[in-house]
Write a protein that binds this ligand. Structure first.
Ligand code: NAP
Length: 250
Protein backbone atom coordinates (compact mmCIF):
# COMPACT_ATOMS: atom_id res chain seq x y z
CA UNK A 1 0.00 0.00 0.00
CA UNK A 2 1.30 3.52 -0.78
CA UNK A 3 1.15 5.80 2.25
CA UNK A 4 2.13 9.49 2.27
CA UNK A 5 3.28 10.82 5.65
CA UNK A 6 3.06 14.61 5.66
CA UNK A 7 5.60 15.82 8.23
CA UNK A 8 7.45 12.54 7.73
CA UNK A 9 10.72 14.02 9.01
CA UNK A 10 9.27 15.19 12.37
CA UNK A 11 9.32 13.59 15.82
CA UNK A 12 6.27 11.38 15.26
CA UNK A 13 6.52 11.37 11.45
CA UNK A 14 9.98 9.81 11.27
CA UNK A 15 8.97 7.03 13.71
CA UNK A 16 5.69 6.33 11.88
CA UNK A 17 7.54 6.19 8.54
CA UNK A 18 10.02 3.65 9.95
CA UNK A 19 7.25 1.44 11.40
CA UNK A 20 5.25 1.44 8.17
CA UNK A 21 8.33 0.69 6.05
CA UNK A 22 9.15 -2.23 8.37
CA UNK A 23 5.64 -3.48 7.57
CA UNK A 24 6.54 -3.54 3.87
CA UNK A 25 4.54 -0.50 2.75
CA UNK A 26 5.65 2.06 0.19
CA UNK A 27 6.00 5.21 2.28
CA UNK A 28 6.69 8.77 1.13
CA UNK A 29 8.19 10.87 3.96
CA UNK A 30 6.86 14.22 2.74
CA UNK A 31 8.05 17.56 4.11
CA UNK A 32 9.53 20.82 2.82
CA UNK A 33 12.99 19.24 3.15
CA UNK A 34 11.95 16.58 0.62
CA UNK A 35 10.20 19.12 -1.67
CA UNK A 36 6.62 18.69 -0.42
CA UNK A 37 5.07 21.79 1.12
CA UNK A 38 1.42 21.91 2.20
CA UNK A 39 1.47 25.72 2.47
CA UNK A 40 2.78 26.49 -1.02
CA UNK A 41 1.37 23.29 -2.56
CA UNK A 42 4.81 22.39 -3.96
CA UNK A 43 5.22 18.65 -4.67
CA UNK A 44 1.77 17.66 -3.33
CA UNK A 45 0.35 16.33 -6.60
CA UNK A 46 3.41 14.18 -7.30
CA UNK A 47 3.53 12.83 -3.73
CA UNK A 48 -0.17 11.85 -3.77
CA UNK A 49 -0.10 9.99 -7.09
CA UNK A 50 -1.29 6.43 -6.44
CA UNK A 51 -1.51 6.91 -2.63
CA UNK A 52 -4.27 5.12 -0.73
CA UNK A 53 -3.59 6.65 2.69
CA UNK A 54 -2.33 10.06 3.85
CA UNK A 55 -1.17 10.63 7.42
CA UNK A 56 -0.87 14.30 8.42
CA UNK A 57 1.85 14.74 11.06
CA UNK A 58 2.95 18.25 10.06
CA UNK A 59 3.35 21.00 12.62
CA UNK A 60 3.48 24.76 12.35
CA UNK A 61 6.95 26.33 12.49
CA UNK A 62 5.43 29.13 14.64
CA UNK A 63 3.19 28.57 17.69
CA UNK A 64 1.98 32.18 17.74
CA UNK A 65 -1.88 32.11 17.81
CA UNK A 66 -2.55 33.64 14.37
CA UNK A 67 0.35 31.89 12.62
CA UNK A 68 -0.60 28.43 13.88
CA UNK A 69 -4.26 28.87 12.92
CA UNK A 70 -3.24 29.99 9.42
CA UNK A 71 -0.83 27.07 9.11
CA UNK A 72 -3.39 24.36 9.88
CA UNK A 73 -6.14 26.03 7.80
CA UNK A 74 -4.05 26.63 4.66
CA UNK A 75 -2.25 23.30 4.97
CA UNK A 76 -5.55 21.44 5.41
CA UNK A 77 -7.20 23.10 2.39
CA UNK A 78 -4.24 22.38 0.10
CA UNK A 79 -3.94 18.82 1.36
CA UNK A 80 -7.60 17.96 0.87
CA UNK A 81 -7.67 19.44 -2.65
CA UNK A 82 -4.69 17.24 -3.58
CA UNK A 83 -6.10 14.16 -1.80
CA UNK A 84 -9.48 14.53 -3.50
CA UNK A 85 -7.82 14.84 -6.91
CA UNK A 86 -5.80 11.67 -6.20
CA UNK A 87 -8.83 9.73 -4.81
CA UNK A 88 -7.09 9.05 -1.48
CA UNK A 89 -9.14 6.54 0.52
CA UNK A 90 -8.15 7.34 4.12
CA UNK A 91 -6.84 10.49 5.84
CA UNK A 92 -5.33 10.12 9.32
CA UNK A 93 -4.74 13.29 11.37
CA UNK A 94 -2.91 13.61 14.68
CA UNK A 95 -4.69 16.02 17.01
CA UNK A 96 -4.71 16.63 20.76
CA UNK A 97 -6.98 15.34 23.52
CA UNK A 98 -9.47 18.03 24.57
CA UNK A 99 -8.94 20.41 21.64
CA UNK A 100 -12.69 20.99 21.78
CA UNK A 101 -12.89 21.70 25.52
CA UNK A 102 -9.73 23.64 26.38
CA UNK A 103 -9.17 27.18 25.22
CA UNK A 104 -5.76 28.27 23.98
CA UNK A 105 -4.54 29.47 20.59
CA UNK A 106 -2.80 26.23 19.61
CA UNK A 107 -5.81 24.08 20.57
CA UNK A 108 -8.12 26.41 18.57
CA UNK A 109 -5.90 25.84 15.52
CA UNK A 110 -6.04 22.04 16.01
CA UNK A 111 -9.85 22.25 16.36
CA UNK A 112 -9.94 24.14 13.03
CA UNK A 113 -7.77 21.40 11.48
CA UNK A 114 -10.19 18.73 12.78
CA UNK A 115 -13.18 20.59 11.26
CA UNK A 116 -11.49 20.60 7.84
CA UNK A 117 -10.83 16.85 8.15
CA UNK A 118 -14.50 16.12 8.89
CA UNK A 119 -15.72 18.45 6.10
CA UNK A 120 -13.25 17.07 3.51
CA UNK A 121 -15.48 14.22 2.33
CA UNK A 122 -12.47 11.85 2.54
CA UNK A 123 -12.88 8.88 4.93
CA UNK A 124 -10.82 9.76 8.01
CA UNK A 125 -9.52 8.84 11.43
CA UNK A 126 -8.59 11.57 13.90
CA UNK A 127 -6.12 10.33 16.54
CA UNK A 128 -6.30 12.67 19.52
CA UNK A 129 -3.19 12.27 21.67
CA UNK A 130 -2.36 13.44 25.17
CA UNK A 131 0.85 15.52 25.47
CA UNK A 132 4.05 13.83 24.33
CA UNK A 133 6.66 13.06 27.02
CA UNK A 134 9.17 14.71 24.66
CA UNK A 135 7.18 17.91 25.19
CA UNK A 136 7.69 18.00 29.01
CA UNK A 137 10.78 20.17 28.71
CA UNK A 138 8.92 22.72 26.53
CA UNK A 139 6.00 22.75 28.98
CA UNK A 140 8.36 23.43 31.91
CA UNK A 141 10.01 26.28 29.99
CA UNK A 142 6.68 27.82 29.00
CA UNK A 143 5.45 27.75 32.62
CA UNK A 144 8.67 29.02 34.21
CA UNK A 145 9.32 32.30 35.89
CA UNK A 146 13.00 32.23 36.80
CA UNK A 147 13.59 29.14 38.92
CA UNK A 148 9.90 28.54 39.64
CA UNK A 149 7.66 26.48 37.35
CA UNK A 150 3.96 27.07 38.09
CA UNK A 151 1.53 24.41 37.01
CA UNK A 152 -2.08 23.63 37.90
CA UNK A 153 -2.62 20.33 39.79
CA UNK A 154 -4.94 19.04 37.04
CA UNK A 155 -4.77 15.45 35.78
CA UNK A 156 -2.08 14.74 33.19
CA UNK A 157 -1.29 11.58 31.22
CA UNK A 158 1.68 12.11 28.88
CA UNK A 159 2.54 9.52 26.21
CA UNK A 160 5.91 8.58 24.68
CA UNK A 161 6.41 9.45 21.00
CA UNK A 162 7.15 5.76 20.22
CA UNK A 163 3.66 4.86 21.47
CA UNK A 164 2.09 7.75 19.51
CA UNK A 165 3.80 6.64 16.28
CA UNK A 166 2.62 3.03 16.82
CA UNK A 167 -0.98 4.20 17.35
CA UNK A 168 -0.89 6.41 14.26
CA UNK A 169 0.55 3.59 12.11
CA UNK A 170 -2.11 1.20 13.43
CA UNK A 171 -4.87 3.71 12.61
CA UNK A 172 -3.50 4.15 9.08
CA UNK A 173 -3.60 0.40 8.40
CA UNK A 174 -7.11 -0.05 9.83
CA UNK A 175 -10.36 0.97 8.15
CA UNK A 176 -11.29 4.67 8.49
CA UNK A 177 -13.26 5.31 11.70
CA UNK A 178 -14.87 8.51 10.44
CA UNK A 179 -14.44 9.48 14.05
CA UNK A 180 -11.94 10.01 16.85
CA UNK A 181 -9.56 7.63 18.64
CA UNK A 182 -8.00 8.93 21.87
CA UNK A 183 -4.55 7.87 23.09
CA UNK A 184 -2.64 8.64 26.31
CA UNK A 185 0.19 7.32 28.44
CA UNK A 186 -0.17 4.47 30.96
CA UNK A 187 0.02 6.72 34.06
CA UNK A 188 -2.32 9.51 35.13
CA UNK A 189 -1.11 11.92 37.85
CA UNK A 190 -1.24 15.63 38.73
CA UNK A 191 0.44 17.82 36.09
CA UNK A 192 2.79 19.50 38.60
CA UNK A 193 3.92 16.11 39.99
CA UNK A 194 4.79 14.68 36.57
CA UNK A 195 6.76 17.76 35.52
CA UNK A 196 8.55 17.77 38.91
CA UNK A 197 9.53 14.08 38.42
CA UNK A 198 10.80 14.90 34.94
CA UNK A 199 12.86 17.92 36.04
CA UNK A 200 14.37 15.99 38.96
CA UNK A 201 15.30 13.07 36.70
CA UNK A 202 17.09 15.29 34.18
CA UNK A 203 18.89 17.24 36.94
CA UNK A 204 17.01 20.50 36.31
CA UNK A 205 17.06 22.45 39.61
CA UNK A 206 13.88 24.45 38.94
CA UNK A 207 11.17 24.06 41.58
CA UNK A 208 7.64 23.10 40.51
CA UNK A 209 4.87 24.87 42.41
CA UNK A 210 1.26 23.67 42.31
CA UNK A 211 -0.89 26.69 41.46
CA UNK A 212 -4.58 26.16 40.63
CA UNK A 213 -4.61 29.56 38.87
CA UNK A 214 -1.65 28.76 36.59
CA UNK A 215 -2.56 28.59 32.89
CA UNK A 216 -1.58 26.10 30.20
CA UNK A 217 -0.26 27.99 27.14
CA UNK A 218 -2.40 30.93 28.26
CA UNK A 219 -5.61 28.90 28.67
CA UNK A 220 -7.48 27.95 31.85
CA UNK A 221 -7.57 24.21 32.56
CA UNK A 222 -9.70 22.18 34.94
CA UNK A 223 -9.18 18.80 36.59
CA UNK A 224 -9.97 16.73 33.48
CA UNK A 225 -9.17 19.27 30.74
CA UNK A 226 -6.05 17.46 29.49
CA UNK A 227 -6.96 13.78 29.80
CA UNK A 228 -9.27 11.51 27.79
CA UNK A 229 -12.78 11.44 29.24
CA UNK A 230 -13.83 8.13 27.71
CA UNK A 231 -12.10 4.96 26.61
CA UNK A 232 -8.54 5.57 25.37
CA UNK A 233 -5.79 3.41 23.85
CA UNK A 234 -2.98 3.50 26.41
CA UNK A 235 0.71 3.57 25.53
CA UNK A 236 3.04 0.96 27.03
CA UNK A 237 5.95 3.22 28.01
CA UNK A 238 5.64 4.82 31.46
CA UNK A 239 7.52 7.97 32.48
CA UNK A 240 10.32 6.12 34.33
CA UNK A 241 10.92 3.77 31.40
CA UNK A 242 10.88 6.71 28.95
CA UNK A 243 13.41 8.59 31.13
CA UNK A 244 15.66 5.49 31.24
CA UNK A 245 15.48 5.13 27.46
CA UNK A 246 16.15 8.84 26.76
CA UNK A 247 19.05 8.91 29.22
CA UNK A 248 20.63 5.83 27.65
CA UNK A 249 20.32 7.47 24.19
CA UNK A 250 21.93 10.74 25.41
N1 NAP B 1 3.51 18.08 21.28
C1 NAP B 1 2.48 17.39 21.76
O1 NAP B 1 2.45 17.08 22.96
C2 NAP B 1 1.36 16.97 20.83
C3 NAP B 1 0.29 16.26 21.36
C4 NAP B 1 -0.71 15.81 20.49
C5 NAP B 1 -0.62 16.06 19.12
N2 NAP B 1 0.44 16.77 18.61
C6 NAP B 1 0.49 16.98 17.15
O2 NAP B 1 1.43 16.05 16.60
C7 NAP B 1 1.81 16.50 15.30
C8 NAP B 1 3.27 16.15 15.05
O3 NAP B 1 4.08 16.83 16.00
P1 NAP B 1 5.66 16.63 16.03
O4 NAP B 1 6.12 17.08 17.38
O5 NAP B 1 6.02 15.25 15.55
O6 NAP B 1 6.14 17.70 14.93
P2 NAP B 1 7.64 18.16 14.60
O7 NAP B 1 8.65 17.22 15.15
O8 NAP B 1 7.73 19.61 14.92
O9 NAP B 1 7.67 17.98 13.00
C9 NAP B 1 6.94 18.83 12.19
C10 NAP B 1 6.93 18.26 10.79
O10 NAP B 1 6.11 19.13 9.98
C11 NAP B 1 6.80 19.36 8.77
N3 NAP B 1 6.33 20.61 8.16
C12 NAP B 1 6.49 21.88 8.61
N4 NAP B 1 5.95 22.75 7.70
C13 NAP B 1 5.46 21.98 6.69
C14 NAP B 1 4.81 22.29 5.47
N5 NAP B 1 4.58 23.55 5.09
N6 NAP B 1 4.47 21.26 4.64
C15 NAP B 1 4.71 19.97 4.99
N7 NAP B 1 5.31 19.62 6.15
C16 NAP B 1 5.68 20.63 6.98
C17 NAP B 1 8.28 19.41 9.17
O11 NAP B 1 9.08 19.25 8.00
P3 NAP B 1 10.64 19.72 7.91
O12 NAP B 1 11.43 18.74 8.75
O13 NAP B 1 10.95 19.60 6.44
O14 NAP B 1 10.68 21.13 8.41
C18 NAP B 1 8.32 18.22 10.11
O15 NAP B 1 8.43 17.02 9.38
C19 NAP B 1 1.44 17.99 15.24
O16 NAP B 1 0.35 18.17 14.35
C20 NAP B 1 0.98 18.33 16.66
O17 NAP B 1 -0.06 19.27 16.69
C21 NAP B 1 1.41 17.22 19.44
Amino acid sequence: MKIVVIGGTGLIGSKAVALLRQGGHEVVAASPKSGVNTITGEGLKEAMAGAQVVIDLANSPSFEDKAVLEFFEISGRNLFAAETAASVRHHVALSIVATDRTDNGYFRAKAAQEKLVVASGIPYTIVRSAQFMEFLSGIADSSADGNIVRLPPVLFQPIASDDVAAAVAEAALAAPRNGIVEIAGPERAPFNEIVARYLQAVGDPREVVSDPEARYWGGRVEERSLVPLGEARLGRIGLDEWLRRSQSRA
